[in-house]
Ligand binder design. Structure first.
Ligand SMILES: O=C(O)CCC(=O)C(=O)O
Ligand SMILES: [Fe+2]
Length: 202
């Protein structure tokens, strides 16, 4: 029996309409999750997220890294990023996520939120370089944070907590009809790392 996930139905759609979000609970046991969190905090070449918007240079306290099967280039907010080659540990995590979800991914965006002061504003992951309606799998490590969805028309919201080692998948038309965000919170004083596994189109 899975002691972590006894109450969780991973086939349930958390959204009432317009997309599919499945929550798998803990993919990793707490010791496994600790192991990967320590690895990621120390071994990933974290860089602040940057943007040039109306000629002004913005640098976030949130840090990012990007890995993929091939050195894809990806431009947003006038900054071009080139994907790094997978590390063995990231490939282990990718394989676990793929086995659990039955999906396949060719890239991963990593986010590091040093404290609850950092979050991510409402957005959809609907860039044209991403496979349309492709699944996005989100693995969370470290500080537990709330994660929210908001329907673009009805403004209905759906929220859940994402604990250490947990897995969430967004698929179907979720990015077309819903926004999502990671709200900042004064209560959280330690770091969270999030890995979003994605499919880029060539
Ligand atoms: O940190 C998270 O849980 C979400 C990150 C996210 O939405 C993104 O990278 O597009
Ligand atoms: Fe996102």
């Amino acid at each position: 029996m899975d002691l972590f996930n006894s109450e969780i139905d991973e086939t349930k759609n958390l959204l009432p309409e317009g997309g599919i979000v499945n929550y798998y609970g803990r993919l990793l046991s707490p010791p496994e999750a600790d192991h990967y969190l320590t690895y990621l905090l120390t071994a990933i070449p974290w860089k602040p997220d940057e943007a040039f918007i109306f000629g002004k240079h913005y640098v976030t306290k949130r840090k990012v890294a990007w890995y993929a099967d091939i050195p894809y280039e990806y431009t947003y907010s006038n900054i071009t990023k080139r994907a790094l080659p997978w590390t063995p540990q990231l490939l282990e995590l990718k394989q676990l996520v793929e086995e659990k979800t039955g999906e396949h991914f060719n890239s991963c965006l990593l986010n590091l939120y040093p404290t609850g002061d950092e979050g991510m504003a409402w957005h959809s992951d609907d860039e044209k370089d991403l496979k349309k309606h492709g699944a996005i799998a989100s693995l969370s490590l470290g500080a537990e944070r709330r994660f929210s969805f908001r329907h673009k028309q009805t403004k209905e919201t759906v929220s859940l907590a994402l604990p250490h080692g947990s897995l969430l998948v967004m698929k179907g038309t979720t990015q077309t009809h819903w926004l999502h965000r990671l709200p900042p919170t004064k209560r959280v004083k330690h770091a969270r790392v999030n890995l979003t596994f994605r499919t880029m189109i060539d």
